[in-house]
Design a protein around this ligand. Structure first.
Ligand code: F6R
Length: 614
């Protein structure tokens, strides 16, 4: 939700900022802006509604000279997307410019007070309140920008990652964070800041992840300084980035989403590397073995997550219950946090988040920790907030996911949950060594089996043409295929804007069956598992009502093949591993339908990759 970038050094700030905004565009793309202090001492602020490319077109003939600047790509919260609501916002006297990711919850109260003091506002945003407050404090107390920012942030309730520059002092950027991410990159004679490391990676691999309520003082010719709101200095912990540029580019694919779908054989290999070893006989998950007692003695596991990660969580429930015989509950993080949950120190909470920044999931973690539960994180982004907030955890290691619709992160999450379940099962003795080794062996083959499944690409591309103009879709699955149905429906609706519902197949007769007619395609996920015969009935029920059926079945299937309108055959794997395989054709189907409709699959409307607001 919103991306911020900043630069100070000897190079042209505009080029670096625009490139950075393109990298962060997945975080929001309804408007963008830059503020640069020119060599003549002007603070030039340019903003434009729409994508970063609109901003570039707008800036074409403008003065973009300068070696210090900040920039922003917005996902609107307060105030509609418009030029004037776009960031950077600047102070009444035009001296200070600020970009912000997050929400200032008490902005109305602050705005009221500032209006009383004669401040004027030009936008509907919460952010403008912050820049006016900083200016007001700066002028009233005749203090430095750093002190004004510190004092202003003490007044603020909410979440923020901000970067502030001033015209009269073009040698410093003040940046700060609370609950929204902020990374500082340290180069030679230059420094960068951004919401995540992707705009920084091509310039330096030395980064500092700013912590909550820390302020970064980034001054030309001086080392980075971190202070807290009381101006006490904090330690600088420089980390090495491990992301490569090629991971941030499309690599010959038309879209990041397609690239990420096709990357899955490699990302799954990375995900299991060093974890499923000795030809599958051993599953090593350090976060589990290091906290053996917590998992062995857990009375209950509660998994919290949002969106696609919540679908992975549902699969986690089936996996852990089946393999470890521990009761598992799955909660939307947004509901959990306000549900007055009952937790004890015998509970283990698993929080799943690709970005590691989702506000609701972070809040759920904080509640769980406060109540004494052991909290385990499953994330993709190294150094993000959720791995830092949790007691322990596992990275999925699938590389940066840029397409807004999650694909490789989902399969990575499911793979990690499978390995975590196996590791706990081994500790608890709920599975024999032979059973573990049997599954472990198949896990090592999953990347190849995903490659085989991806060969369905052309068939699905063709099939998608038949269904491009369907107005509704139903996705059905049972057992391990039910969360896959939910995920398939979510994928379709987010990128093609076709209404799609996922249901447990047996629930169909309790209501959704009323929707079935010749206009309503149903996607049925029916691998060869212990519920296969049950789902055959659902296929019959849909066909009896003239509905068309696209079925995902195991290679060699004959029964459903004879009934369904279209079948997509996937390789056979043990039931608990089917979701990783069956989700692949659903990703491709939604991709091609959206492409046929001319939609922007990488940046679907209204969505953002990292949901750092409630
Ligand atoms: C859908 C999608 C979202 C995210 C959700 C949680 O394709 O990506 O539903 O899964 O916003 O995000 P994370 O996993 O970053 O917490």
């Amino acid at each position: 939700m919103c991306g911020i970038v900043g630069y100070i050094g000897n190079n042209n700030a505009y080029d670096i900022l625009i490139k950075g905004l393109h990298r962060l565009e997945y975080r929001g793309y309804d408007s963008a802006g830059v503020a640069i202090v020119s060599p003549e001492g002007q603070l030039n602020v340019y903003k434009s509604m729409g994508k970063v490319s609109n901003l570039e077109a707008y800036c074409k003939d403008k003065n973009k000279e300068g070696v210090i600047g900040i920039a922003h790509t917005r996902w609107a919260t307060h105030g509609e997307p418009s030029d004037c609501n776009a960031h950077p916002h600047f102070s009444e006297d035009g001296n200070i410019a600020l970009v912000h990711n997050g929400t200032i919850e008490n902005y109305k109260v602050l705005k009221e007070a500032l209006l009383q003091h004669g401040c004027r506002f030009h936008s509907d945003t919460d952010t403008e309140v912050l820049v006016q407050l900083i200016e007001y404090i700066r002028l009233t107390n005749n203090c430095s920008l750093l002190d004004a920012v510190r004092e202003a942030l003490k007044e603020v309730v909410g979440a923020y990652a901000i970067a502030v520059i001033e015209k009269n002092n073009p040698d410093q950027i003040i940046a700060a964070r609370k609950s929204s991410p902020l990374v500082v990159g340290i180069g030679e004679d230059e420094m960068f800041l951004a919401s995540d490391a992707t705009p920084i990676v091509e310039y330096t691999d030395n980064v500092v992840y700013v912590k909550d309520e820390e302020i970064a003082v980034i001054r030309r010719g001086e080392p980075l300084k971190l202070v807290n709101l009381e101006n006490q200095e904090a330690e600088i912990d420089v980390k090495k980035l491990k992301v490569s540029i090629s991971e941030l580019e499309k690599g010959g694919y038309d879209h990041f989403m397609l690239k990420e779908i096709f990357e899955q054989p490699r990302t799954l290999t990375d995900c299991i590397r060093g974890r499923v070893v000795e030809d599958g006989r051993r599953v090593l998950i350090n976060g589990v073995s290091d906290n053996k007692e917590k998992f062995i003695n857990a009375h209950r596991i509660i998994i919290v997550a949002c969106g696609t990660s919540w679908h992975a969580a549902l699969l986690g429930k089936y996996l852990i219950q089946d393999m470890c015989r521990i009761p598992v509950e799955v909660e939307y993080a947004s509901e959990f946090r306000y549900s007055n949950p009952v937790l004890t120190s015998n509970d283990v909470v698993i929080a799943i988040s690709q970005s590691g920044e989702t506000a609701d999931t972070l809040a759920a973690i904080q509640i769980a920790k406060k109540m004494g539960a052991f909290v385990y994180g499953i994330s993709n982004v190294v150094g993000s907030s959720i791995p830092r907030e949790t007691h322990s955890g596992t990275y999925i290691h699938v590389g940066p996911e840029i397409g807004v619709a999650s694909t490789k992160a989902f399969t990575g999450q499911v793979m990690v949950l499978t390995m975590v379940a196996l590791a706990i099962a081994e500790l608890k003795g709920t599975m024999t060594q032979e059973q573990i080794a049997e599954l472990g062996k198949v896990i090592t083959k999953i990347p190849d089996l995903v490659s085989q499944t991806l060969k369905l690409n052309d068939k699905i591309k063709h099939l998608s043409l038949i269904y491009t103009y369907a107005r509704n879709f139903l996705y059905l699955g049972r057992g391990y295929s039910y969360p896959v149905a939910l995920e398939g429906a979510l994928k379709l609706k987010e990128i093609s804007y076709i209404h799609a519902e996922g249901y447990p197949a047996a629930e169909m007769k309790h209501g959704p069956i009323a929707l079935i007619d010749a206009e309503m395609p149903t996607v049925i996920i029916a691998p060869n598992d212990h519920l296969y015969e049950k789902i055959v009935n659902n296929v019959q029920q849909v066909k009896a009502r003239h509905g068309s059926v696209i079925a995902i079945v195991t290679e060699g299937d004959t029964e459903i093949r004879n009934m369904a309108d279209h079948v997509l055959e996937v390789p056979e794997v043990p039931e608990c591993l089917t979701p990783i395989i069956t989700s692949i054709p659903l990703q491709l189907l939604s991709y091609y339908i959206a492409i046929n409709k001319g939609k922007n699959v990488d940046m679907p409307r209204n969505l953002a990759k990292s949901v750092t607001v409630e």
